[in-house]
Design a protein around this ligand. Structure first.
Ligand code: 8YV
Length: 321
């Protein structure tokens, strides 16, 4: 019997893929750091039974129309704003993502970004390496305290809760806003549910972990930054499109808020010409929330398991719909 075909849109470690290579015919885009060009993807998907994709691949009606055998699209991310779920449903294609395996790693990074931004770690590193440390001064690179401050978590899903657990360890007061109340976070972590407006007005650290949807598009806009404290620090580990970047640049430039730590941007990759890159009070990193070696390996395995499950009839482990 002919093997079913899987197309993978990035070059991945052969060792992780090897266990599946006996069962399926696997083709892979050859580059690790460049997305597969759209025309090649449209061609490849024609014969694929399973597609292993990532955020840089747009899975829409046009692409799904090109496929006659496709049964599953497996996204290497927990977020799936790159996939048109209605189109997938229409074409009878199961969409899967990678929840749970990346929760703690992404929360670690969120907290690392918060700490780096509050305590000016990146500036301090630059300062010492460019030989500026000639003297000690009482307020040299003085940042903001983290312990006992108020953190406001926007989006209290799995990652939001994992951030709240870390915040509790720092004796922080925890506010959250979410579509629905989270009794466990309220009981176990003493997180207080508040409106979005109250959260952005009262929190010292505002952390966005909210998925990107039409409702969350640019929720962090001029009006939102206006309501924040002048000492507020904004952290975004969700999606860049939840933020009006022009408004954020303005708020940082005019010190309406103190600083921002950003793992995600409206257009990725962002270039060093972007005004955010000129600001000392913006710590910017290239969408590495879940990028630990251990977690990326688990994510890739889960993606492969999801495809294998659908293709061999046992079902996906983590289907989105
Ligand atoms: C992805 C992410 O791993 O899971 C998500 O939603 O944003 C990251 O963890 C990364 O974008 C690669 O697709």
């Amino acid at each position: 019997m002919e093997k079913q075909r899987i197309y993978i849109t990035r070059s991945l470690d052969e060792a992780v893929i090897a266990p599946y290579a006996n069962l399926f015919e696997i083709r892979m885009w050859e580059k690790e750091e460049e997305p597969v060009p759209r025309e090649i993807l449209l061609e490849e998907v024609k014969n694929a039974d399973g597609l292993f994709c990532m955020l840089s691949d747009k899975i829409d009606d046009e692409l799904l129309q090109h496929s006659s055998n496709l049964k599953v699209v497996s996204n290497l991310a927990v977020g799936y704003d790159n996939i048109d779920l209605d189109a997938a449903k229409k074409h009878g294609v199961i969409a899967t993502n990678t929840p749970d395996v990346l929760t703690e790693t992404t929360a670690d990074l969120g907290f690392a970004l918060l700490m780096a931004t509050a305590r000016r770690i990146v500036e301090a590193n630059q300062y010492i390496k460019t030989n500026q440390w000639q003297n000690w001064a009482p307020y040299l690179l003085a940042g903001s305290d983290i312990h006992h401050k108020t953190i406001g978590i926007v989006g209290m899903g799995r990652i939001g809760e994992a951030i709240a657990r870390r915040a509790k360890g720092f004796d922080m007061n925890i506010l959250y806003h979410n579509r629905s109340r989270k009794p466990v976070a309220e009981k176990d972590l003493q997180a207080t549910y508040v409106s979005f407006e109250q959260l952005i007005g009262e929190a010292d650290f505002i952390v966005s972990v909210v998925p990107f949807t039409p409702e969350t598009s640019k929720i962090f806009n001029e009006a939102a930054f206006e309501k924040m404290k002048q000492t507020a620090i904004f952290i975004n580990i969700s999606r860049g499109a939840t933020v009006d970047e022009d408004a954020l640049v303005e708020a940082l430039r005019t010190n309406k808020i103190k600083a921002a730590g950003l793992d995600v941007f409206e257009v990725e990759p962002i270039t060093n010409e972007h005004p955010l890159m000129q600001l000392d009070n913006a710590v910017c990193i290239p969408h590495i929330g879940s990028a630990s070696e251990e977690t990326r390996t688990e994510m890739i395995q889960l993606c492969m398991d999801n495809i294998a499950g659908v293709l061999n009839g046992t079902g996906a482990k983590t289907a989105i719909q």
